[in-house]
Design a protein around this ligand. Structure first.
Ligand code: COA
Length: 396
């Protein structure tokens, strides 16, 4: 009898083990999964470095303007002087948005978040241009250039209307960074401010298969158009776990108010098990390679403005997070206060990120199209067992 029972138990556990072995491994959040190759950028957490097309991002930030990096992203090489001239001439000639687009922006609810209005604006641009040409790489490159040139105009126009001001038309004699300040504020700030802004755009331009880039690649993989892919990318970037963190950082710094309040504020957050925005990264665990360059730009801005309060608060948070938790700041941590010192409204920080990331997204969209395979993972079903439908009169 005992022998029979033991046999039965062994059989049952064999059956359970077999079922367990058949269960797929779940890679929650796709963490640690390599889904494709890319030649756009390389993130190397082990050496805390990042390259765009083989160039270290710090090297690019020290020696290039944002337009050169945009060219690099799409063409794989840094431009010569004449290539840059042609590229910039093209970009500057496309900065205006249509009268109908200006009217669409005028209609946006004044309380709408600028990421929502920008997402709608890019989508609107798609309605006017998707029918134009086929889905060839050349046409997509032209559409990418259109977005690079027009997105700053969309953001600045929306900002001016929201504030009840008249829009300011783009100028062709200014760089992208200078022109953006001109369209927002009607003036171009000193060189150090433009330089810090340009550096932030270079650092934000690209970062391999992050959530928004992967979103854009997923959309592209169904052979959808570039505007749909970028619109999806904007939706993904908006989230506070991704690009939205640069806004969240500044709201937190303002909430803290003074260096004297910083430690208690952080201890309260920790006690409530809340995330501290601007810290942590899915890939970098020993520090974000872009932070020292952006931190140096923030220090320059703080000195120019004569306002070191945000730096002092940041340092207190950073020291505790690194020394006690081993969690390092990411790029959004210095970028948030940098944009604040430049005079931008907080809800414009993530749209500014889009101005830059449009270059990386488009490079990935072109790459996905050139070697496409529909992105369609599997899932393991975790719901109720299959059952029979009861007619409505028999359901309780
Ligand atoms: N504040 C407090 N704790 C944090 C943290 C943060 N910003 N980031 C990570 N942690 C903690 C997690 O809670 C986790 O703790 P646990 O092991 O006790 O549960 C641990 O550190 C490991 O985090 P991990 O799960 O490896 O992070 P992730 O890879 O899932 O998430 C982020 C990465 C970016 C989503 C996450 O760090 C985060 O939400 N940061 C704040 C938002 C932000 O700045 N986003 C911009 C990213 S560039």
């Amino acid at each position: 009898m005992a022998k029979k029972a033991a046999k039965k138990t062994a059989k049952k556990s064999k059956r359970l083990n077999k079922a367990k072995a058949a269960e797929p491994t779940i890679y929650k959040g796709l963490a640690g999964v390599t889904v494709d190759t890319t030649s756009v950028s390389k993130v190397m957490p082990e050496t805390n470095s990042l390259t765009y097309r083989g160039y270290a991002v710090q090297d690019l930030a020290a020696n290039c303007r944002f337009e050169e990096v945009a060219y690099l992203m799409w063409h794989g090489e840094l431009p010569t002087r004449s290539q840059l001239r042609k590229f910039e001439k093209d970009e500057r000639s496309r900065r205006n948005i249509s009268r109908s687009h200006v009217e669409v922006i005028r209609q946006y609810p004044k309380r709408a978040h600028p990421m929502d209005t920008l997402r709608t604006s890019v989508s609107y641009l798609g309605t006017t241009e998707t029918a134009w040409g086929g889905e060839s790489a050349d046409n997509d490159l032209e559409r990418a250039m259109n977005m690079l040139a027009k997105i700053p105009t969309m953001i600045a126009t929306d900002y001016r209307f929201r504030k009840g001001m008249k829009r300011i038309a783009p100028r062709k004699d200014l760089t992208m960074s200078e022109n953006f300040f001109h369209m927002c504020f009607g003036k171009v700030p000193p060189r150090e401010v433009i330089r810090a802004f340009d550096i932030s755009l270079i650092l934000y331009a690209e970062h391999s298969f992050n959530a928004s880039t992967f979103t854009a690649r997923v959309i592209t993989s169904s052979r959808s158009d570039i505007y749909s892919a970028v619109t999806g990318g904007i939706g993904s970037l908006k989230g506070p776990l991704h690009g939205g963190a640069n806004e969240a950082v500044m709201y937190n710094l303002i909430d803290i108010k003074t260096p004297a309040r910083a430690e208690k504020w952080l201890r309260d957050k920790q006690a409530n098990k809340e995330l501290v925005m601007g810290f942590g990264h899915r890939v970098y665990k020993q520090g974000d390679s872009r932070v020292p360059t952006m931190r140096a730009a923030l220090e320059d801005l703080a000195a120019w403005k004569g306002d070191t309060k945000w730096l002092e608060i940041s340092d207190i948070l950073q020291d505790i997070m690194i020394n006690e938790k081993g969690i390092h700041p990411n790029l959004d941590f210095p970028a948030g206060p940098a944009y604040y010192l430049m005079g931008f409204e907080i809800d414009m920080y993530t749209p500014i990120f889009v101005m830059s990331r449009i270059t990386g997204w488009s490079a990935h969209i072109l790459e996905q199209n050139a070697s496409n395979s529909l992105i369609r993972p599997l899932s393991a079903y975790g719901g109720v067992k299959q059952r029979k439908v009861k007619s409505i009169s028999k359901r309780k």
